[in-house]
Write a protein that binds this ligand. Structure first.
Ligand code: MSP
Length: 509
């Protein structure tokens, strides 16, 4: 049944250029979006850039640009990368856009009018790189507990959001909605954090200018996280509650990295409660990538640049690797050797070989015309059942955002195909004219199973899927109706496949 499905990535800061950490969240979102589209959903996939705040202002000063010049330049780099990575988003929001500013001012005014935002005075420690306030007791050795960098003491007049008033409602909501925060371990961390007590949150700054002014008090700039989180509804046209907002809010899933979970699972839901809006259905925090065992950082000069990876290994190999290598939700390590291994074993050997072997045989034995499927033996039946069951398990795993397991279950069918060839020994059947029908059935099962494989792969590796389906005589993009056994028609022209993924012999560096 078709339904509306709304998913988001974080909006990326423009003081940094895109790396595999950013690419990872956006890619996961794209795979999920593509899968939901195959299943017939009307998908709204939002990404964008977070362009306000002191961090961006400082970076712009350092680069001798205005913040907007910096934002214009860097946001293009994000957009170029997304197009190179095959990301098909519905909308790209920039927090400097008028539609966003109008929405943020509206929410802020509403909360002020209700008394949920009030004017007070602030004295605390502030970590500029993290754009986060810390109390004295939260500091570790006098430094930011998140990034271990020095913090500054700030005393200023500030607007506060009455977050403390929402503590119990938030706990009740988390309790009543076990899937709200995922994975489960992260949910427990948030519950523990909230139970320690929610303080009112400072939601304005007077120490810099680059941001959205507080309505009616322009010397205050709205806190960058209040500004940024609101993007998820301003992009839907909020405060207009018709149109996209009506169709897509509450969001089905916010995909984020684990470092920004507190903002999404504590601040954002309480802002929404105050605004009288429904809460997100799910917030999913994925893990972090290290590189060759080390934290990725500019100072270590080990930042992995996605454009370079795509140029070197191809877009689908990168898409496959990032989602297959590490279970979504856990931390993982990137290395060139792990990537080359995956390409050689999973893509060249398993996936590519099966297609070349089977399409070569259909050409050799049947002149490239797909034969009829005769009666299935138990061996054929088991192969068919495995292929069909894979579709079901992929569907369940995708709803759990278990991308790696979904790929694993697809690869079980690919291995089963290679084994099926060994067990049915088509080259022996081909020697006996009395076995022609049997040989045809084996060829049919091989082609049909792979049609299903390449159909679901459309979510993960769009170009490879289209190529694979092309060799199997299918020119149309897969939809839900295609995901049943037996749709491939006898008589279809099957083209002998070239190697989809040539082996990489280079020594990984
Ligand atoms: N602007 C905020 C988000 C606002 S959302 C309303 C922000 N931006 S960010 O550019 O710093 O980070 C965006 C995302 O990239 C985060 O989800 C973060 O987890 C992710 N990653 C940054 N480095 C990463 C890795 N090394 N590995 C995996 N993801 C990482 O935070």
């Amino acid at each position: 049944m078709s339904r509306n499905f709304y998913l988001t990535t974080p909006i990326y800061y423009v003081n940094d250029v895109p790396h595999i950490g950013h690419a990872y969240t956006t890619l996961a979102a794209d795979v999920l979006a593509r899968y939901r589209r195959i299943m017939g959903d009307r998908v709204f996939f939002l990404t964008g850039t977070d362009e306000h705040g002191q961090k961006v202002e400082k970076a712009a000063n350092a680069a001798g640009e205005t913040p907007l010049e910096l934002a214009d330049r860097v946001m293009k780099r994000f957009q170029l990368l997304w197009s190179k990575l095959g990301i098909e988003y519905t909308d790209f929001i920039r927090t400097t856009q008028e539609r966003h500013k109008v929405g943020v001012s509206h929410i802020f005014s509403q909360l002020m009018a209700q008394g949920d935002i009030y004017l007070g005075e602030y004295e605390d420690w502030y970590c500029t790189p993290c754009e986060t306030f810390w109390t004295e007791t939260q500091l570790i050795d006098g430094k930011c507990p998140d990034c271990n960098r020095p913090v500054d003491k700030l005393k200023e007049e500030s607007y506060f959001f009455r977050m403390s008033a929402f503590q119990q409602r938030l706990l009740d909501h988390i309790d009543a909605n076990p899937d709200f925060i995922q994975p489960r371990s992260k949910r427990n961390e948030i519950v523990a954090f909230v139970k320690e007590g929610l303080r009112d949150l400072s939601v304005s700054r007077t120490t810099f200018n680059w941001g959205i002014p507080v309505p009616d008090n322009e010397k205050h700039i709205i806190y960058v996280w209040f500004d940024a989180l609101s993007n998820y509804i301003t992009a839907l046209g909020y405060p207009d509650k018709e149109g996209n907002f009506k169709d897509f809010w509450p969001v089905d899933v916010h995909l984020i990295g684990k470092d920004i979970l507190r903002f999404h699972a504590v601040y954002w839901p309480t802002f929404l409660m105050a605004a009288g809006l429904p809460l997100p259905k799910k917030v999913f925090a994925h893990g972090w990538w290290t590189v060759e065992g080390q934290k990725m950082s500019k100072s270590l000069q080990n930042v992995v640049e996605p454009n370079m990876l795509i140029d070197r290994y191809g877009v689908d190999a990168v898409r496959y690797f990032l989602l297959r290598e590490v279970p979504f939700g856990l931390d993982g390590d990137f290395s060139h050797s792990a990537l080359v291994n995956r390409i050689n074993s999973d893509l060249a050997n398993d996936l590519g070989n099966l297609l070349s072997r089977s399409t070569a045989m259909i050409n050799k034995y049947f002149g490239g015309t797909l034969p009829n499927c005769g009666e299935l033996t138990p061996l054929d039946g088991a192969y068919r059942d495995k292929s069909v069951e894979m579709l079901k398990s992929v569907d369940t795993l995708m709803s759990e955002l278990a991308f790696s397991k979904a790929l694993q279950s697809i690869w079980e069918v690919i291995s089963a195909g290679n084994k099926y060839i060994d067990e049915t020994a088509p080259w022996t059947l081909a020697k006996d004219p009395a076995q022609a029908e049997r040989l045809g059935t084996v060829m049919y099962c091989l082609a049909e199973s792979q049609r299903l494989v390449y159909s679901v792969l459309a979510a993960f590796m769009p170009a490879t899927s289209a190529k694979g389906l092309g060799y199997l005589g299918i020119a149309t993009a897969p939809d839900e109706a295609a995901l049943v056994w037996g749709r491939l028609a006898a008589g279809t022209t099957i083209i002998k496949a070239e190697a989809l993924f040539p082996r990489i012999e280079e020594k990984a560096d």
